[in-house]
Design a protein around this ligand. Structure first.
Ligand code: SF4
Length: 468
């Protein structure tokens, strides 16, 4: 979401003459686009602001000015505190107001510098009544083969550990017509894969042109009709919003990729209730069963929090049990760390770091083994891969498999440029914990343009399951 927001900020600023540069040193403006989900997010922002102060002073010594801005969820949550602790900051604005950047920049220019630190201290952390999406310009940067489209923002779920409802606000869905128009524009510019974004994306309920409301499943079906788009994905979902229409889309819509990030956080019903997740472990397993019935080769990913306040050994054992039952292709796992302002942060039964670390190591060992086994099961298969960009090594392109694995593909140096952006069938030769490696199944050394069309590949269910 922040990558998408940063690109859109650049679009909003382009008419003012700003363009992206590679380094903050010597820049006219630096925007730190922050995420509050990360552990110690605010402290990391303050430490980065200290580093940037040196660049701002350097610029001032040269007779220029660097406008220093903080955006995103840390800005939303800690706006006043940022201005108090970091007087070098000129502008603080939240995720819902970046469409106002031109006027904010003008307001900042009019504001006098504060004495200490040289920042101008302008703050805009409103939740405006107007939708920022109605005020954003068309994308100015040439997109690659894959792009994000934000369809939903905010969240009404109020999980007890999460700041999103406070920093991004209430759930909002963009009208379906606006999403379709953006997707058509991207497809016309050469984008083949679109990932639909939202903090709680499957809660999407966008206004439709017929006056009704579309669910995410309905939206995906309409997007799948757009010529040129070959792949659709969405993230991040809540189990409670996996409705019949969305599950049916997984069964019937070939363009919807067989990969789903479906956070569960814990396998213990007691902890799930304390987290205010509003579903049980059994509910989650039932949804997974329905999804796998709809799309047998569906690769699943999830988020886990270990060491939530009050989590016992038995609760943690329930999490391992759930992981064993589901079998994940990949996952993200974290030690619980309190987010100021959330109900869980003031729970008394906080666990020690040692217990959290030990549980996290155990969980990651199991999840790592499952991911490795899932990747190993792909060796020897021919998979369609969308080649998005050059890899780190010479003669290498990197793309994504249908299951979201990064795939490093060896191609002749001379063909690198021609094949970037191509959807190509790749024979998988090796698997690593976080990626695959392979080669095109056709000769791409010469000028054979047919290399850029994928041979039809039947996707079958991954066979490997690891349990502990
Ligand atoms: S559903 Fe996701 S975004 Fe919403 S409160 Fe829960 S964790 Fe946060």
């Amino acid at each position: 979401m922040n990558v998408y927001d940063s690109t859109r900020m650049a679009d909003v600023l382009a008419p003012l003459g700003y363009e992206a540069v590679a380094s903050p040193r010597g820049a006219d403006m630096v925007i730190l686009n922050t995420c509050h989900i990360r552990e110690k997010a605010a402290e990391k922002v303050f430490s980065e602001l200290g580093r940037l102060r040196a660049f701002k002073q350097e610029r001032a010594a040269e007779g220029g000015e660097m406008l220093l801005a903080v955006a995103g969820c840390v800005a939303q949550a800690e706006g006043e505190e940022i201005l108090r602790r970091a007087p070098q900051v000129d502008l603080v604005f939240g995720p819902q107001t970046y469409h106002r950047l031109p006027e904010l920049v003008a307001k900042t220019a009019r504001a006098g510098a504060r004495h200490e630190g040289g920042g101008r201290g302008v703050l805009d952390i409103d939740f405006p009544a107007e939708s920022k999406f109605d005020h954003l310009p068309e994308e100015s940067a040439a997109p690659g083969a894959a792009a994000f489209v934000s369809v939903q923002e905010g969240c009404d779920k109020f999980c007890s550990f999460c700041v999103v409802p406070y920093t991004r606000g209430a759930e909002y869905s963009r009208p379906a017509a606006a999403v379709l128009e953006e997707a058509r524009r991207l497809a016309a510019a050469g984008v083949q894969e679109i990932t639909l974004l939202g903090q709680n994306v499957n809660a999407y309920h966008g206004e439709a042109e017929d006056g009704g409301t579309w669910s995410l499943g309905r939206l995906i079906r309409a997007l799948a009709e757009i010529d040129g788009l070959t792949r659709l994905r969405y993230t991040t979902s809540h189990p409670l919003d996996m409705d019949d229409e969305l599950i049916a889309a997984h069964a019937e819509e070939e363009k919807l990729m067989p990969y789903l990030h479906l956070p569960v956080q814990s396998g213990s019903d007691r902890i799930l209730a304390a987290m205010n997740r509003r579903h049980s472990a059994a509910d989650y397993l039932r949804i997974v069963e329905r999804l796998r019935k709809a799309r047998p080769d569906l690769a699943l990913s999830s988020d886990f929090i270990v060491g939530f306040p009050g989590e016992s050994d038995a609760d943690f054992a329930d999490t391992l049990k759930l992981v064993n039952e589901v079998g994940y292709a990949q996952a993200y796992s974290f030690k619980y760390s309190p987010r100021p302002g959330t109900p869980a942060a003031v729970e008394e039964a906080q666990l020690s770091e040692a217990v959290k670390a030990e549980r996290l190591a155990g969980l990651q060992q199991l999840l790592g083994a499952q991911a490795t086994a899932f990747n190993a099961a792909c060796v020897g298969r021919d998979l369609p891969v969308l080649l998005e960009r050059p890899g780190r090594k010479p003669g290498q392109l990197v793309g994504r498999s249908p299951y979201m694995q990064a795939v490093h593909v060896a191609v002749p140096e001379v063909a690198l440029q021609r094949l970037t952006g191509a959807l190509m069938t790749v024979h998988v030769e090796a698997a690593h914990p976080n990626s695959l490696a392979g080669r095109p199944i056709v000769d791409v050394g010469g000028v054979d343009e047919s290399a850029a069309s994928p041979a039809p590949t039947a996707l079958t269910a991954p066979t490997a399951r690891i349990t502990a």
